[in-house]
Design a binder for this molecule. Structure first.
Ligand code: PMP
Length: 409
């Protein structure tokens, strides 16, 4: 087990001391959302206590402070994902809004009748529905890369799907249901050779594995702040400058304009083009603090520690009679989905909740991939760096007890 001072880290997260149903909270629902360290909570309070103002517009001290804080957060995002240009970083509500922006604005301009859009079978609904809507609006076709029985995207099938009508490929970096780490770099490379635009949904990778948008080579990379220890309601669209400049503005309004008459509007350059109206300033600042927090721990250290937790959890759960793991690609990130013979996933979730353990049960906003594995719902424990081997033992002990009660009863 690699050295990682998990107990020190846990002290930064006030909510981890919470008691639930008389038990100490065990938070294994990190794929849904993550908790916030004191550093993020305090940064947001500091903003409202000392800096709060609208940005860019007013010529007074607090406007300058708020603008500086907001633009500092943008620079932290740039550094965190290794983007070449800070003006390529656009603050939006989250992954869902970012994918919708790309589908509606870029897709609205560049996808036409008979064109094709490729996603994979393991996508979250947020990376399916906007493309389906685009396809319907344009008379285009949505094509789906199958996954194998372990839950990996099939590159051989992907190559067969690509053709001269393919306009865009949009895939998750990490599956929220299976934990599969998708070979996005290879997927992008194959698309790029054909001049096809690419999108990576980083919602589930951002907190768990290093991200380098220049190394990936994609045109767009999107993620949500709340999945990486930042606030809800703030997220990021990164786009390559040339591609963003070839994307029409999505929403119109204040902040994104240079000049308006009733005849015509001249838009602001990037990033303001895509930030119409007053954004979520305080939470962007909070997201910056979250990324700085993760930087201090080191994403490589986090990734290594989490992989040892995932491997341990997979081995322990996998040994329980009547338990079926969903998603078994080696080296997977964070997610330990399963079903248990004799119990509905809701029943398992309720028993775990009564013991203070939070997991998600249900379809995880990814119905196609669960159905690919022959189930409608799964139990989904999902990890972050503040989880411990002891917490996994607690989870496993309860599931083992349920499994043995079923066999004797
Ligand atoms: N994509 C993936 C892979 C996700 O896991 C999620 C969140 N569950 C989303 C997209 C949507 O993110 P949000 O709800 O924050 O917009």
């Amino acid at each position: 087990r690699p050295a990682f001072d998990v107990n020190a880290v846990r002290r930064d997260f006030p909510i981890l001391s919470e008691r639930v149903n008389g038990k100490q909270l065990v938070w294994l629902d990190n794929a849904a959302t993550t908790h916030k360290p004191r550093q993020v909570i305090e940064r947001i309070s500091h903003f409202y206590e000392h800096e709060n103002s609208n940005i860019h517009r007013a010529a007074h001290e607090l406007a300058a402070r708020a603008t500086d804080a907001y633009e500092h957060a943008r620079e932290v995002v740039r550094r965190f994902i290794n983007a070449p240009d800070v003006n390529e970083v656009i603050f939006l509500r989250g992954t869902t809004e970012a994918i919708n922006l790309v589908a509606k604005a870029w897709g609205g301009q560049h996808v036409g009748e008979g064109d094709e859009i490729i996603v994979s079978h393991l996508e979250h609904h947020a990376n399916i529905v906007p493309w389906q809507q685009l396809a319907q609006a344009k008379g285009a076709k949505l094509r789906v890369i199958p996954v194998d029985d372990q839950g990996q995207v099939r590159l051989d099938e992907y190559q067969k799907l690509i053709n001269d009508r393919t306009k865009i490929v949009s895939v998750a970096h990490v599956s929220n249901t299976l934990g599969t780490v998708v070979p996005v770099k290879q997927i992008v490379e194959i698309a790029k050779r054909r001049g096809i635009t690419t999108v990576i949904d980083g919602a589930q990778s951002i907190a768990h594995t290093p991200v380098d948008v220049q190394d990936f080579g994609a045109d767009f990379f999107v993620f949500s702040g709340h999945k990486i220890f930042g606030p809800t309601g703030i997220g990021v669209l990164w786009g390559r400058r040339a591609v963003l400049e070839d994307t029409p503005p999505w929403q119109g309004g204040g902040n994104m304009i240079a000049d308006v008459t009733f005849e015509k509007t001249v838009f602001q350059p990037l990033p303001n083009t895509f930030e119409a109206g007053t954004g979520n300033i305080a939470d962007a600042v909070g997201l910056g603090a979250a990324l700085e927090y993760v930087e201090r721990l080191g994403i490589e250290n986090i990734s290594q520690y989490e992989h040892s937790l995932v491997d341990y959890g997979m081995a322990q759960l996998g040994a329980i009679p009547g338990l079926r793991l969903i998603g078994t690609v080696p080296g997977k990130a964070s997610v330990l989905s399963f079903v248990l013979d004799g119990y509905s996933t809701d029943e398992v979730g309720q028993v775990l909740n009564s013991e203070g353990i939070a997991v998600r049960t249900g379809h995880h906003c990814a119905q196609p991939i669960l159905r690919r594995f022959g189930v409608e719902t799964a139990v989904r424990p999902s990890l972050a760096f503040y989880n411990t081997f002891g917490e996994i033992d607690q989870l496993v002990a309860i599931i083992r007890r349920l499994a043995s009660q079923r066999r004797s009863g």
